[in-house]
Write a protein that binds this ligand. Structure first.
Ligand code: NAD
Length: 266
């Protein structure tokens, strides 16, 4: 899996084709979408038109929460097929449970179905998203399954050190969503600005470099072509120890998204 990919949360379906086309032209090969984003079809149109060989692409999508139902095997299989259809693909590289919804107690069922799909040639890897350490341990203890990856909110204001340590212990890849903190206050932080200025890069590039050096997979989102290219141009410099210490000092428990233990949106 490429360590740096392109996320399309909040990109409307009719804009997704253009954004993904720009990303593929810039050199991205990993695209992160979700059933809930409503843009799998637009992503699929861009993939089909790109001429990029399928084996060079790494496509991730996610099974959404459903407020009204507890997932059953048949429903998961149907939803997987529907995502593949919308994307116009015959296999996925990575399929994730979008949120654990512990109050519904169905993630053990879902992961067992993912494992079943994984045994076919339609799914190369599966993982989870927004799982906390307790959810991951329960999954391992009760099913014997360890997901390949956990996609969680992670940025300099919310560094997830406990989750990262548990991932390392269980051999799970850490993938950072909202790696730029959704571009709000984070990119105007003076500490990040100072590191960026020292290296002659933008604050977004400094933050993405920090993720890469920590070992996180990152999937920044933008619909602005210059920013899409800028966010991929982070392999020509390296942060030093002092920079990493400056980043470590930015932690403030500053979650921008919902708490996974409570989130159960439809
Ligand atoms: P992000 O941290 O990638 O921030 C995106 C925003 O940052 C943009 O809308 C723009 O305003 C700004 N930005 C981007 N590049 C910039 C640049 N170079 N300079 C200045 N500003 C810039 O936020 P995100 O979209 O929430 O997260 C990235 C991806 O993570 C999503 O697209 C999605 O694929 C995934 N995600 C997953 C979950 C989940 O529950 N699994 C939740 C949220 C996001």
């Amino acid at each position: 899996m490429p360590q740096l990919g392109f996320g399309v949360f909040q990109v409307p379906d009719d804009e997704a084709q253009e954004a993904v086309t720009t990303a593929l032209t810039a050199g991205y090969r990993s695209i992160d979408t979700a059933q809930a984003y409503g843009n799998e079809a637009g992503v699929g149109r861009a993939l089909a038109a790109s001429g990029v060989p399928r084996e060079e692409l790494f496509i991730t999508t996610k099974l959404w929460n459903s407020a009204s139902e507890t997932w059953t095997r048949d429903a998961v299989l149907r939803e997987f097929d529907a995502s593949l259809d919308r994307l116009g693909l015959d296999h996925l590289d990575l399929y994730l449970i979008h949120w654990p919804r512990p109050m519904r107690d169905d993630y053990l069922t879902i992961v067992r179905v993912f494992e079943e799909i994984h045994a076919t040639d339609r799914l190369r890897a599966f993982g989870v998203s927004n799982f906390g350490p307790a959810h991951l341990r329960r999954l391992r203890d009760e099913t014997g399954i360890v997901p390949a990856i956990n996609q969680i909110e992670l940025h300099p204001y919310f560094q997830q050190s406990e989750a990262r340590a548990v991932h390392a212990e269980l051999d799970i890849v850490t993938e950072a969503w909202s790696p730029l903190g959704q571009g709000q206050g984070l990119l105007n932080d003076p500490g990040i600005g100072a590191v960026a200025a020292k290296h002659g890069v933008s604050p977004a590039q400094a933050v993405l470099r920090w993720h890469l050096q920590l070992g996180n997979v990152v999937i920044p989102k933008s619909v602005t072509p210059s920013r899409i290219r800028e966010n991929l141009d982070v392999f020509g410099f390296a942060l030093d120890e002092a920079d990493l210490r400056a980043f470590a000092a930015l932690e403030r428990g500053g979650r921008v998204g919902p708490d996974p233990d409570e989130f159960d949106a439809g």
